[in-house]
Design a protein. Structure first.
Length: 297
């Protein structure tokens, strides 16, 4: 039987608008900390510490931790709970807007980012972190199991999509283990899972223009049931796809990362632009359609 933490001072209840589900199972917590493997000298950053379930064990192992918390009601309790740790720092704010690059540049050390991420922001937050990948050594997250399956998917499977491609372009993805709903208070309605994301030191298949690559991926996966001939019509000629060794009759979920990079690199070499991209990072928004356009020759 698993044990639960019950010796903490009462803290505010989980708030639905923040997507909070507080981890309580001590066996699961220990397993997560072992997976993270905190080491002396690590610059560890926890997103959404909540009631401090992971925070305490990480501080015990490492002695230093920075946390990013949006819920103001939780911050006083965290300050009291971890008062004895002089190297415990709270950044009050939204992780979706947090500058991870700037944090790493303070002392030149790369970050190790961890967290039990709110389900309602997990995908945009991962895209935000991928944009700062140069400042990050690795990431360990608790996510909805379905999201982890998409992150770790392989080409040809039903879960392979834009999130899979963009994450695996930047990172090695490892699905570690599943966590059942009864490990949380309140209990979510779905299983969770732990994932490890390790940014590549050197990209296996670098794109000439990452913003353009993101747009190509977005457009290719715009209608999953249609073929590349249809989804990329007006973007790249059938003959060009064939010259790249890509059958225009394939569906997007069969394409590997390197094949999508090859399409983007062909287009940028041929004078394509990333049309209507509106955001500053190369990840874009997970739900935004931004068509790829060709510059007239």
């Amino acid at each position: 039987m698993s044990t639960r933490s019950s010796d903490r001072s009462p803290l505010p209840r989980a708030r639905k608008r923040f997507g909070q589900n507080f981890l309580q199972d001590l066996g699961v917590i220990s397993r997560i900390v072992r997976a993270i493997g905190p080491r002396a000298g690590d610059r560890l950053v926890e997103i959404g510490p909540g009631q401090g379930a992971l925070t305490g064990p990480i501080l015990e192992a490492n002695g230093a931790l920075e946390v990013i918390e949006l819920d103001r009601d939780l911050i006083p309790g965290l300050r009291v709970q971890f008062y004895d740790y002089p190297d415990f720092t709270i950044h009050e704010g939204d992780a979706l807007k947090f500058d991870f690059q700037a944090l790493s540049q303070q002392d030149g050390r790369p970050l190790r980012v961890v967290g039990n991420l709110p389900y309602n922001i997990s995908t945009p937050l991962i895209f935000h972190l991928l944009a700062a990948r140069g400042a990050i050594t690795d990431m360990h997250f608790m996510l909805q199991k379905e999201v982890v399956e998409r992150l770790a998917a392989e080409p040809g499977g039903t879960n392979w999509g834009r999130l899979s491609v963009m994450t695996q372009y930047h990172c090695e993805v490892e699905s570690l283990f599943v966590v059942s709903p009864d490990a949380f208070v309140p209990q979510p309605k779905v299983d969770s899972a732990i994932v490890r994301l390790t940014p590549f030191a050197e990209l296996p298949s670098p794109a000439n223009d990452e913003a353009h690559f993101s747009d190509v991926v977005r457009q290719a996966f715009g209608q999953r049931r249609k073929t590349l001939r249809n989804n990329l019509k007006g973007v790249i000629e059938v003959e060009a796809l064939e010259a790249l060794g890509i059958d225009p009759g394939r569906r997007p979920q069969t394409l590997r990362v390197d094949e999508l990079v090859a399409i983007s690199n062909y287009l940028t070499s041929a004078g394509a632009t990333d049309g209507d991209s509106t955001d500053g990072d190369s990840m874009g928004d997970a739900s935004t359609d931004s068509p790829v356009t060709r510059r007239p020759s």
